[in-house]
Design a protein around this ligand. Structure first.
Ligand code: ADP
Length: 498
């Protein structure tokens, strides 16, 4: 922290290593630290889920806050030196398991209430009304769960003598919108002035994510290509018109990854650590993986790894179709996935029929994820869309070549050998299609025999710098532009902005 630091409040619904359903948690677990490292004064605010208590058994009480939707207790924890504010309410603290879903894989019926309440709490912290003597210059919100925050804060624009911080809204996945019926919105008693076409109203519903898109001072997405894509009908999920309208506020900043957690040189989950210099040792992890997953031990079999949510987005159906056509090849699938039960069943049927070549682990398993990254030769991500994607970057770090579709962050990170042989670090197909995937895997099987070329691609992959430093610098710049763009009377900063 220094005189030029901005105070940044990071509002999110997941945080690695405490609560994670996907890449959002990884970003929120890493970016605040990277921002602190480049001098920002960062605090995180998170719902106080029941599962957090195993990590923070005794959070420090700050105050009780009376919100329009009910009273919450604000507490404080700490993650690697960063203050984490916890919004405690029975709808979070008394709910076991997944933050959004019940055990039967259904969204909790009161999710709109829970995240509206959370957003109201963030709004209070943002306006320095929670007994902390700390007002952020920037509130950085993430995905639909915090979409109401910029909308609620925008109301102070028309209130004399109040100040609000600048708002940045990051879209990690536009398909998850937090849309509810108008009736439900009205029943919550949320401000009716916000429910207009230029605001939260979205095809006769109220959309939480639209609050972020319509009201934030700046909008970001997690890769430059996805920022372009979401202004089109194909990827815009109905929000493309609004995003085109707000194009001048929209930019894409590629996610980094936690290069300490995902490092083959030090990874505690794998038996044999390695670097590019000792890449020959990677084969030991392949052998371990084959043994652990009861696959046939064969160093020449091309092992294809998959770690994914089972969702249409991820092109798992495309993988299943391609697998059926590839039965005769010397390839193996090491899959770890959870989600859609239909896809799960199809995968398990394939594994049962080919136990020596197909392993399917259902569930969430951080350690196995690391072992697949280290043991596989190729990592499959034939996504239909991919805002950023993390696993292709983890794969690069482990010298496991990603085979991906040319969308979003995958297009921004993976270079196909046909496009640039000198810089190639993986394989790219134009779209999620089983014939394209099958044909590409056939090509990769051939290339795998050419060890010199394979090593070159692994070298290109492993030397990429995916640390958060570059992205944190971009956010730092964006924060300053955002604060400077606020209407003059709203600017409270006494600081010498860079
Ligand atoms: P998304 O957020 O769309 O699911 P990302 O690629 O951005 O996809 O991030 C997914 C993150 O979740 C990665 O860290 C990935 O390793 C992890 N992950 C996904 N499924 C599993 C699983 N079944 N077990 C362990 N980790 C998983």
């Amino acid at each position: 922290m220094n005189d030029n630091s901005l105070k940044v409040l990071f509002a999110c619904s997941e945080l690695t290593p405490w609560v994670k359903t996907g890449g959002l948690a990884d970003v929120c677990g890493s970016l605040p630290q990277a921002l602190a490292d480049v001098g920002e004064d960062v605090r995180i605010v998170l719902p106080g889920y029941q599962s957090l208590l195993q990590h923070i058994p005794a959070p420090t009480f700050i105050c009780i806050v009376a919100l329009p939707l009910g009273n919450i207790t604000l507490c404080r924890g700490n993650l690697n030196g960063i203050q984490v504010l916890l919004v405690m309410h029975e709808s979070f603290t008394n709910r076991p398991g997944n933050p959004y879903m019940s055990d039967s894989d259904r969204p909790w019926a009161d999710n709109a209430f829970r995240f509206a309440l959370f957003s109201q709490a963030v709004g209070e912290i943002a306006q320095n009304r929670t007994n902390q003597d700390w007002q952020p210059d920037i509130v950085h919100c993430h995905d639909w769960q915090t979409g109401l925050v910029p909308a609620l804060l925008s109301q102070s624009d028309s209130t004399p003598n109040t100040s609000r911080p600048a708002t940045v809204f990051t879209i990690h996945n536009l398909a998850y919108q937090g849309n509810i019926m108008i009736d439900a919105y009205n029943k919550l008693g949320l401000p009716s002035e916000l429910l207009v076409q230029d605001g939260l109203e979205f095809w006769n519903q109220a959309s939480f994510i639209k609050g972020g898109i319509a009201f934030a001072d700046k909008i970001t997405t997690v890769s430059p290509t996805y920022a372009d894509e979401i202004t089109s009908k194909e990827f815009g999920c109905g929000m493309e018109g609004l995003l085109q309208h707000r194009r001048d506020r929209l930019s894409g900043i590629l996610n980094g990854i936690d290069t300490n957690i995902w490092d083959p040189e030090t990874d505690p989950h794998i038996n044999t650590n390695y670097t590019f210099e000792s890449i020959d040792n990677k084969i030991n992890n392949k052998k371990d993986l084959q043994t652990q997953l009861k696959l046939r031990e064969d160093p020449d079999a091309l092992v294809l790894g998959v770690i994914s949510r089972l969702a249409v987005q991820k092109g798992i159906d495309v993988i299943i179709d391609a697998m059926k056509q590839l039965k005769k090849e010397n390839i193996q699938f090491a899959m770890l996935a959870a989600g859609d039960s239909e896809l799960q069943q199809q995968l398990q049927t394939l594994a049962k029929a080919n136990p020596e070549n197909v392993s399917v682990a259902i569930g969430y398993d951080e350690s196995l994820a690391h072992r697949i990254e280290a043991g596989a030769d190729v990592f499959l991500m034939p996504s239909r869309y991919e805002p950023c994607g993390l696993n292709q970057m983890y794969s690069h770090r482990y010298g496991t070549l990603p085979l991906v579709t040319s969308v979003g962050g995958l297009a921004d990170t993976v270079i196909d050998i046909g496009d640039d042989p000198a810089k190639a670090n993986g394989f790219v197909i134009p779209s999620a299609n089983s014939t394209l995937l099958h044909d590409e895997i056939m090509k990769v099987i051939e290339l795998f025999k050419d060890k010199t070329t394979w090593r070159r691609l692994q070298h290109n992959a492993m030397q990429i710098d995916y640390s958060w430093t570059a992205s944190a610098d971009q956010y730092k710049k964006l924060y300053r532009q955002t604060v400077q763009g606020l209407p003059k009377q709203k600017i409270q900063l006494q600081k010498n902005l860079q």
